[in-house]
Design a protein around this ligand. Sequence first.
Ligand code: GLP
Length: 293
Amino acid sequence: MSNGCRMRLGCCMPWPSEIRTAFPDQRSTGPAVEVIIQSNAEDGCVLGAKIIAKTVREKPDAVLGLATGRTPERLYRELVRMHREEGLDFSRVTTFNLDEYVGLPPEHRQSYRYFMNEHLFRHINIDLANTHVPAGTAQDLQAECRDYEERITAAGGIDVQLLGLGRNGHIGFNEPTGSLRSRTWIKILSEQTLNDNAAVFGDRDAMPRHAVTMGIGTIMEARQVVLLAFGPAKVRAVMEMIEGPLSAICPGSALQAHPRAIVVLDEASAAGLRYASHYRWVDQNKLAWQRYD
Ligand code: GLP
């Protein structure tokens, strides 16, 4: 299927049966992916924060899906600023993080629980009891995965899920070839991901090789998804995610079948996109209610 065909499919035709089967709860009628190209990562993070803040203002007891990594750090600083200066209220918000390294306790400086406490939770008025990160030290990891899914369901599902993008196209820790219908599970990290994240640990051998992560099926059930990807290292993954085939080889490409997926890029990460001028055109011609800024 050509790129042009796929884009038109999202607008006016029902999804092919194999995609409907893969994502039975989704009824897509909008564009495949809403691509917004900002001039730099700073602006991209501020826009991402505005989208999340809008959800929280409209629904004070919103359920947020959160991500870690270098990409969203600036977005969290913006949410903290909005809380302090604009009174953005997190007191009734619930959060679920995408993933956690197996074996790292919450107090470990490289654990994702530690990251979230440091970058967001301790700076805002959220009730820590309402913040969820998978327990990488659970005795029974499979039971932890099932329990995580049940907690998301009990909270009413995720209103907006924030995502980053791995250089190999992973979302959460869903590495290439993982099932597009996967639920929260244990993933073996790819060598590329180990190499990419090793700097944070100082030494690749000190890094866990496994992680608990929401599955792609779990992520696809979020009512809205906002993915951020910045910098030249993400060019290839961004191209494959947005304009490549929907394939488990690029887990992020699953978002092409999501009814409300927004991808926020900077000029550098968007450099390889064939339809970049079209995305800019669409963004420039949005009606007031279609904008997030
Ligand atoms: C990590 C995380 C992902 C993150 C990605 C990109 O391994 N599990 O959630 O989006 O890799 O990380 P970064 O933002 O540091 O480039």
